[in-house]
Design a protein around this ligand. Sequence first.
Ligand SMILES: [Zn+2]
Ligand SMILES: [Zn+2]
Length: 197
Amino acid sequence: MTNEQFAAAMAFHGHKCPAMPLGFRSAEAAMKTLGVKRAQDKELYVISETGKGHAAGCFLDGIMSATGCTYGKSNIEKLYYNKMAFTLIDIAGRKAVRVRLKDDFFGNMLNSPFVKLRRDGVLPQDVPAEVADPLVEKVLQMPEEAFLEVGPVEEYDFPKGAGCFETVLCAKCGERVFANKVTETDSGSICAACNVG
Ligand SMILES: [Zn+2]
Ligand SMILES: [Zn+2]
């Protein structure tokens, strides 16, 4: 993770914490294993096993920053298993790798001074630099083997889905909508928002 990458990822994430660069480095390891670069469009897909818990959101923001897999492009999904693990898929290469934090590292992480302050109700952006900085520095410096379990590369056939380029006007609200999300009714094509109840 270069200084530039860290600055860009931190601007996106919103605060300085150890879990964001941890996710970034985990994603870098997955990308290196598959031999792929950051997605410019939908070349990669992430299936994250994280949930909404502490550190998980920060970790996933790091993964999104590194891989270019984002909710906007819909090339990422969350399984809410509350595990610090994810699978990175190379769609054209038809292969995937699962990466997870080592169990001891994951356990110890929750005893860090950063997490102690968070447990006491301190917001992440209010954690003092003398607490956050050394932890972030450690995450940036430590060898991958100290925190990561990288699984074998597996074959993975990603289901094909063609993008929709057609639109229609909803017969009820009159708003324009992609044609693959309407229901045909007696009074015409109805958008999903109007097709309730
Ligand atoms: Zn964070
Ligand atoms: Zn409508």
